[in-house]
Design a protein around this ligand. Sequence first.
Ligand SMILES: NC(=O)c1ccc[n+]([C@@H]2O[C@H](COP(=O)([O-])OP(=O)(O)OC[C@H]3O[C@@H](n4cnc5c(N)ncnc54)[C@H](OP(=O)(O)O)[C@@H]3O)[C@@H](O)[C@H]2O)c1
Length: 333
Amino acid sequence: MEYRFLGKSGLKVSALSFGSWVTFGEQVDTGLAYEQMKTAFDAGVNFFDNAEAYENGKSEEIMGEVIRKAGWKRSDLVLSTKIFWGGGGPNDTGLSFKHIKEGTEAALKRMQTGYVDLLFCHRPDLHTPVEETVWAMDQMIREGKALYWGTSEWSAEEIRMAYDFARREHLRPPLMEQPQYNMFHRERVEREYARLYRDIGLGTTIWSPLASGLLTGKYNEGVPEGSRLKLEKYSWLRKALLETEDGRAKLEKVKKLAPLADELGITLPQMALAWCLKNPQVSTVITGASTVEQVRQNMSALDAVPKLTDEAMAKIEDILSNKPAEEQDWRGM
Ligand SMILES: NC(=O)c1ccc[n+]([C@@H]2O[C@H](COP(=O)([O-])OP(=O)(O)OC[C@H]3O[C@@H](n4cnc5c(N)ncnc54)[C@H](OP(=O)(O)O)[C@@H]3O)[C@@H](O)[C@H]2O)c1
């Protein structure tokens, strides 16, 4: 395993990590979760990602139970949770001080841990002043409930507002973002956040590196039984990913990527994960899996990184044809 610094912090996260969205409590019970997390841990994964919203807290309970059962040293783990969607009550959602405090405390109980290493604001909250959220996240760190805090799917402007306010008021600033990043979803990570890496040392823990499985090629000929996009509860995701013109265009690209992967002697999932790993601004690629075998396959993606030479990356770029434009460097004119 390779370990990367999370942004400008001194914390090291495994380049491949493991998350529990959709799977824990839906496709994966505690027994299977144990086998998956053990496989990931044995491969060197130290970062395990979660959120209060995942299966209404069940996912955190399962992860907590697995960690207790496995008896891993807490110092060998980097655990996260994300706060935003905590339930149906008027104060169970969003990033108010009240929900951040109560949501975090409830999550820690479910995970059977005294603190999470990484605490994320799962989305921006239009209804809470950013000052209140920054103050609340700083407070969680002061109370020892989290070591670092960050955001998920915040715009660069929102992150910078939070950072600037924190610095001005001598509060802990956000360290990391959790954005979607994969071959089909690049704008934020490759362009929008570019200045934040340089200016504030932002780290990234990226999600859906396989675009929910699309990039494995498993949907090339329809929706297989047992796959994520077959789940009734996630029909919205199937519609968004497969049943649109954009979705069909993506499938065509996956079909073109397959022979290239063959030529390189790697699988499509390996290629898609290794492609994310090639980006030095990616601190960790959060993988997801519904079986132990998928965890094993995904952990082998690091071996595929050297196969993605400049020439191979250029061929991939040709097929994807979606590289975000770089910021204009006027000095070069
Ligand atoms: N911050 C956020 O808003 C946010 C949002 C989403 C996810 N996340 C985090 O990011 C993690 C990863 O996201 P994700 O699960 O969407 O990642 P992903 O890699 O895009 O999709 C994972 C899914 O693809 C399929 N798959 C994985 N490996 C495979 C393989 N080798 N061969 C064939 N199929 C394979 C599995 O689904 P099936 O077997 O069921 O088809 C698996 O559950 C989540 O667990 C969560 O921790 C965060």
